[in-house]
Design a binder for this molecule. Structure first.
Ligand SMILES: Nc1ncnc2c1ncn2[C@@H]1O[C@H](COP(=O)(O)OP(=O)(O)OP(=O)(O)O)[C@@H](O)[C@H]1O
Length: 257
């Protein structure tokens, strides 16, 4: 559904992403993991085409570079880590922006656009905040609004940059479960960065471990979340055990550094 070949990005004088390949099938969830500064957000931005890059991206077998913005927005939605939000816009007004690719140039949103947006807001517990201004939200509420806009877009590919960092445990689960349900029900293809390695291994089919801009490992959670690979690339002392469902659980070892 989405593929990147030889993606490299230079920012300033530094190459921060070097010849990274990725290939994600329809309905698959790829989690990009790696230490701070490894290039995870940059990889998502390269796939989105919002940072200058070398290499090629294809979305639904079409070269991303050939897609007009509107056509691209119907195929791929992106929830950045912490975008600047217009302070005076309401929650529902902002989420409704996700419907822009479906609204004609001089037209306004339809009843169906408003229905889809309201349903996404409800699923993220944001219904009661629909008329609240964005400047009057907590960090976790803001993060859910950014996700709501991306989900309202109803694109078949969803890129999520650290979607759960500001969320409490219950809302983390709500967001991850919602994305997972959409993936299983509608074949949504998901690429997300995630810092919590256990959560990444729990939800993703495949992990891509980035280190200093290179792909250091790629495979099923149990292949990538090993004590050796995590220890080496995160410079951390961890214990990895199979959880109740057999997927790896990564524990920090106290006194390990
Ligand atoms: N405008 C810039 N100019 C130069 N270097 C930059 C610029 N923006 C980011 N970088 C560097 O690019 C590298 C990759 O950044 P990126 O945000 O992709 O990392 P990340 O893996 O998402 O990190 P984190 O886990 O901290 O969010 C970092 O070393 C960062 O300092």
């Amino acid at each position: 559904m989405i593929a990147g070949i030889g993606l490299s990005v230079t920012l300033g004088e530094r190459e921060v992403l070097t010849a990274v390949d990725l290939s994600v099938r329809r309905g698959e969830w790829l989690a990009v993991i790696g230490p701070n500064g490894a290039g995870k957000s940059t990889l998502l931005k390269a796939v989105m085409g919002i940072v200058a890059h070398r290499g090629e991206v294809t979305i639904a077998d079409r070269p991303a570079a050939s897609l007009k913005p509107r056509a691209r927005a119907r195929l791929i939605a992106y929830a950045p880590q912490s975008p600047a939000l217009p302070p005076d816009m309401t929650v529902s007004g902002y989420a409704l922006l996700g419907r822009t690719p479906y609204i004609s140039y001089l037209g306004s949103e339809s009843r169906e656009d408003r229905r889809i947006t309201a349903s996404v807001l409800d699923r993220l517990d944001l219904g009661p905040l629909a008329d609240r201004r964005l400047s009057e939200l907590s960090g976790g509420e803001r993060q859910r609004v950014v996700l709501a806009r991306a989900l309202a877009q109803q694109a078949p590919v969803l890129l999520l940059d650290e979607p759960t960092t500001a969320l409490d445990l219950g809302h983390q689960q709500q967001v991850l479960e919602l994305v997972d349900r959409l993936r299983l029900a509608d074949g949504l293809t998901v690429v997300s960065t995630l810092h919590d390695l256990t959560v990444a291994g729990q939800y993703a089919d495949t992990l891509l471990l980035l280190a200093r801009g290179h792909a250091a490992a790629h495979g099923r959670p149990a292949q990538v979340l090993t004590e050796a690979l995590v220890g080496e690339h995160f410079d951390a002392h961890v214990k990895v055990e199979p959880g109740p469902d057999g997927r790896p659980v990564v524990h920090l070892v106290r006194g390990g550094r």
